[in-house]
Design a protein around this ligand. Structure first.
Ligand SMILES: [Cu+2]
Length: 305
């Protein structure tokens, strides 16, 4: 008789491990029905919700992979731990089937992530041929201008813009110090985004959406809000001294209220400012007119819908 390696108790460990993995995997899969947000917003637009679903899917896929990897590591640690009387185990250099498996599986995972990402990005970037409203957004140092256009591209005489002098206000983005983009609930608003000077970023966290505002480039995208409310927005690309003051908010109103708001803005802005209507949203309105005139960029004028 030899005193070779003691046969390990295979059955008991496997029996205990299989139900454990099944319970953990089942909890993860069932947990997907009421998925946690994993730090993201659920998305207050249809586009933002698509982004949220992709994010949650990737996080769950990552956790499943992590669970399998950790499970195999701990299984190997427990199953093949050193025991008294052990001898050097059999040594070998390669195992072709295992190498094929551990090369193929990651390739399939990455291909799957790529496919889901492309499909989701295409959904988010798709622009409707019949938007209910068109808003030209002009970013400039250091503010925003929102100009409203009809679906046919006619200016509606409503303009909301930053009017406070550039200085460190350090207020919340939803404060009245900053401009507010108002859009209708459940309808598609086309945003036509430009920059008058340097690269800025148009970012609304609760829409799970950010896009660069670039001089000489027009970016178009749609928002279809699903929840009324007020959402903060900010410049997401460092653009200079008062970058932190490039704040704004988005208010989503039910469609009838939006129509009423637009009509009241049209009449009040026409009465207040004559041919060039501009709404001032801050208490400090002094230099706003001058800055607006300087910053009416050719970019915005050239940006058709
Ligand atoms: Cu900026």
């Amino acid at each position: 008789m030899t005193d070779g390696p003691r046969p390990a108790p295979r059955r008991p460990i496997r029996r205990r491990l299989v139900p454990l993995l099944a319970v953990a995997g089942g909890a993860l899969i069932l947990g997907g029905c009421q998925a946690p947000t994993f730090g993201a917003f659920r998305g207050a637009t249809t586009q933002g919700h698509d982004e949220f679903k992709l994010w949650v899917g990737l996080m769950i896929a990552g956790l499943v992979v992590a669970a399998i990897v950790w499970g195999l590591i701990f299984f190997a640690l427990a199953r093949y731990r050193r025991r008294s009387g052990d001898q050097m185990p059999r040594q070998f250099h390669e195992n072709l089937p295992i190498e094929i498996v551990y090369t193929t599986i990651p390739i399939l995972i990455v291909a799957g992530i790529f496919a889901f990402t492309v499909v989701t990005e295409n959904e988010i970037d798709a622009v409707s041929s019949h938007p209910a409203e068109i808003v030209h957004v002009l970013a400039y140092r250091w503010g925003w201008r929102f100009s409203y256009y009809s679906p046919q591209g006619r200016a509606q005489g409503v303009r909301i813009e930053t009017s406070a002098e550039p200085r460190l206000l350090a207020q919340p983005a939803t404060s009245k110090q900053y401009p507010q983009l108002v859009i209708p609930l459940g309808e598609t608003t086309r945003i036509v985004l430009n920059s008058a000077d340097v690269v800025h970023g148009f970012y609304v966290p609760e829409f799970n959406f950010s896009r660069l505002a670039q001089p000489g480039v027009t970016n178009r995208f749609d928002f279809t809000p699903t929840r009324p409310g007020v959402y903060r927005g900010q410049c997401s690309t460092y653009c200079g001294l008062y970058h932190s003051e490039m704040l704004f908010s988005v208010r989503v109103l039910p469609a009838p209220k939006f129509t009423a708001w637009l009509a009241s803005e049209q009449s009040s802005q026409a009465a207040a400012a004559g041919p060039v209507a501009a709404k001032t949203t801050a208490a400090t309105t002094t230099a706003a007119g001058g800055r607006a005139a300087v910053e009416t960029s050719s970019a915005e004028r050239g940006a058709g819908s």
